[in-house]
Each structure stands twice: as structure tokens, then as C-alpha cells.
Design a protein around this ligand. Structure first.
Ligand SMILES: Nc1ncnc2c1ncn2[C@@H]1O[C@H](COP(=O)(O)OP(=O)(O)O)[C@@H](O)[C@H]1O
Ligand SMILES: [Mg+2]
Length: 357
């Protein structure tokens, strides 16, 4: 038997395009080449798929292709459809819209291709901060108070929206587009004027926005790995270099610190790890997820902030580092994730899709 062909898909139509390139680069270099053949597939910012693209070059180029079944098929103009590569499994190294939100997962399902990570429903739920938190609340997982507004309401009835926010929360509040990540367009508003600009900014990125009570909290993250019996890694703490963990503190200034394991009391550490697994199961996740927590400073109360179904994957990213500290090396992690993706596919394929009454 030849090596399994793993298509690593990166880039994409998302505000997190650049972050995806960084993740893909690390993923591609960590996959064991004795066991797997890596097939790089870059998606440009306007959504064209290129076989053979590099995550290191600034712009994505290569041979334009489309996925038909498990085949990457040439799209070069004037040529007949030409089968180029048959992939065995896909590793979506994509973050945000069209990659982490269930849309591309739907494409893989329709095409009968196994893939790494969460399925359609789970990806979509976890992408939407408003729905995700509703599911957590239903599962009795603590989350900070949150309100959801449509962009339309924010723009048409700004005064009404502001007064509802001020009636319900104390400043500071956090304003976020419902469906983004990497802190893109997330703001901390300490007064009405800042709230207005925060709402404006978030509305540029999404038709739905969420407003949350800001809390003074330590930020702790925990990695989860598995399908039906997921395991949690040790937790790590983030010490943001800026007032909160915004895009600059995450990716630009390189001054935020990761403390692994998190220097928190043992009972809280255990609570975090158990809650990470509960959160993973509550949204019916599979393969991997990084669950992010707040530990409120004055009460030590643990809240789930969010679950990321495709966490950052650079060598210095929390997800692989937490596994390394818990005894799973980066290459072994890749192997486990690919295997879990195939297992999940087989498990789903075992369900009947016909019914004769
Ligand atoms: N309710 C909150 N209270 C305090 N800090 C928050 C709150 N919400 C977000 N933050 C800060 O903003 C950062 C980004 O918010 P988050 O909801 O995690 O968005 P993203 O999905 O973009 O990572 C968090 O890591 C934290 O530093
Ligand atoms: Mg976050």
C-alpha cells in the first residue's frame, strides 16, 4: 500500500487567511513523510483552489483545481477535466469563515472525503459565538452574560441598542462580530463613545454581533483530542502583552507569554480540564478543539470563553504546545488527528442512508 495522501488546505476567504498560512506551514513540516504524502492546496482570498501552492509565498498560486469526489481535478481553461491527485484525507488548516464554520466540511461530506476535525454542525455552532454560548448554557457550562444584536438593529436603532447594553452590563463590555476569530474586530469598550465605535467596527465584519460583560480574568486554555472519548491536555495560561488578547498581542508583537502548565491551583486545573471535555461533548465536536477559559480574578470562578474547532497550529501555538507538555509530540499529534478523521468518517459511513418501511 502506498502512503496515505493528506491534502493540507490553507489560506481561504477569511479574515484569518494569514494566520492559516502560518498554521499550514507548521502542519506540513510536522506530518511524518514516511507515512503520509502531503498534498498542498492553497485557497486564494477570492476562493480559487491551487494545487501545489506554498503557504510561505505571499500570494497563493499553483494549478487551479476543484474537488470532485476525492479527486483534485484541473480547472485550466480549454483542457478536459483532468484528474491530478486522489486524496485520502483532508487536513483543513483554515481558520474562520469558509474553513472553520462548517461550509468546507459540508463540501467534504458531499464529496465523501474524510477530514480532520469537527463536522458540519459542530463547526458551525462553534463558529457562532452567540449559538455556541447558548449551547453551553443549556449544558450548564458557565459563560459570561452575553447579548446578540443584528447589524440592522445596531445601525437603525443605535440609541435603543446602546441603552439595552447599558441597562444590562457595566462597562467595560466586549463587542465582537459573532463569526470571526483571532480577535479580529473585537473591542473592549469602557464608555459609551468607545461602545459606539466598537459597534461600528464589529458591524463591518458580520451581520450579527455579540456584546459581553467584560470581566477581570486570567485566560487559560486547554487542548482536547479524540472523537467519542476525548482527552484533555494540561492547561496553559496566556499572559497577553496588551490590555487584552487582541490581534497584535496574538500575532504581531510577539510579547505575549504562554505559561505551560498554567500556574493555577490544582483543583482549578482539574476543573478546567474536566470542563474542556464537557464543552467538547456539548457541541458534539470531533478530532480536536482548544477550549478557552476565563478564571475571574476576584472569585476564581471558571467560565468557558469559547471553543475553537481549528486552533492555531504554529509551532508556538498553544494547541500543539499543550500536547507536547502532556506527552504527545507534534508529529504524533498530526498522526493522531489524521487517524481520528478517518475513524470518524468510517463511523459515519456505517450509518444506513436508506430506509425501506
Ligand atoms: N467577556 C470578556 N471579558 C474579558 N475579556 C474578554 C471578554 N471577551 C473577550 N475578551 C478578551 O478578548 C480576547 C478575544 O476574545 P474572543 O471572544 O476569544 O474572540 P476570538 O474568537 O477572536 O479569539 C480574549 O482572549 C480576551 O482577552
Ligand atoms: Mg479567543
Amino acid at each position: 500500500m502506498g502512503k496515505l495522501k493528506v491534502a493540507v488546505v490553507f489560506g481561504g476567504r477569511s479574515g484569518e487567511h494569514e494566520v492559516s498560512l502560518m498554521s499550514a506551514k507548521s502542519i506540513m513540516s510536522a506530518i511524518d513523510r514516511d507515512k503520509y504524502e502531503v498534498v498542498p492546496v492553497g485557497i486564494s482570498k477570492d476562493g480559487v483552489w491551487y494545487l501545489g501552492a506554498s503557504p510561505e509565498a505571499g500570494t497563493i498560486t499553483g494549478q487551479a483545481v476543484r474537488l470532485i469526489g476525492r479527486d483534485l481535478v484541473s480547472l485550466e481553461e480549454g483542457t478536459a477535466l483532468e484528474h491530478l491527485v486522489r486524496v485520502d484525507v483532508v487536513f483543513p488548516a483554515l481558520h474562520g469563515t469558509f474553513g472553520e464554520d462548517g461550509t468546507i466540511q459540508g463540501l467534504f461530506e458531499m464529496n465523501g472525503v474524510p477530514y480532520v476535525g469537527a463536522g458540519v454542525m459542530s463547526s458551525a455552532v462553534c463558529m457562532d459565538k452567540s449559538i455556541m454560548k447558548a449551547v453551553f448554557r443549556e449544558a450548564q457550562i458557565p459563560v459570561v452574560p452575553i447579548r446578540t444584536f443584528l447589524r440592522k438593529a445596531v445601525r437603525q436603532d443605535t440609541d435603543q441598542v446602546v441603552s439595552e447594553i447599558e441597562a444590562e452590563f457595566d462597562y467595560p463590555v466586549f463587542v465582537k462580530p459573532a463569526n470571526l476569530g483571532s480577535s479580529v474586530a473585537v473591542s473592549k469598550a469602557k464608555n459609551r463613545q468607545q461602545l459606539l465605535s466598537a459597534l461600528d467596527l464589529a458591524c463591518m465584519y458580520d451581520r450579527k454581533i455579540v456584546v459581553e460583560q467584560g470581566i477581570d480574568a486570567r485566560e487559560v486554555e486547554c487542548s482536547v483530542l479524540g472523537n467519542d472519548e476525548p482527552e484533555a491536555s494540561l492547561a496553559g495560561e496566556i499572559i497577553p502583552s496588551r490590555e487584552f488578547y487582541d490581534y497584535y498581542a496574538k500575532y504581531i508583537d510577539d510579547k505575549s507569554q504562554l505559561l505551560i502548565p498554567a500556574p493555577i491551583p490544582e483543583d482549578i486545573h482539574l476543573e478546567v480540564r474536566q470542563m474542556a471535555i464537557r464543552a467538547f461533548k456539548a457541541v458534539d465536536c470531533s478530532g480536536m478543539a482548544r477550549v478557552d477559559f476565563f478564571i475571574e480574578r476576584c472569585t476564581n470562578k471558571v467560565y468557558v470563553n469559547e471553543i475553537n474547532t481549528i486552533p492555531g497550529f504554529t509551532r508556538i501555538s498553544m494547541y500543539p504546545k499543550l500536547w507536547e507538555a502532556s506527552g504527545i509530540s507534534y508529529p504524533e499529534l498530526m498522526d493522531r488527528l489524521i487517524t481520528l478523521g478517518i475513524e470518524r468518517y468510517e463511523d459515519r459511513s456505517a450509518s444506513k442512508t436508506t430506509f425501506e418501511p
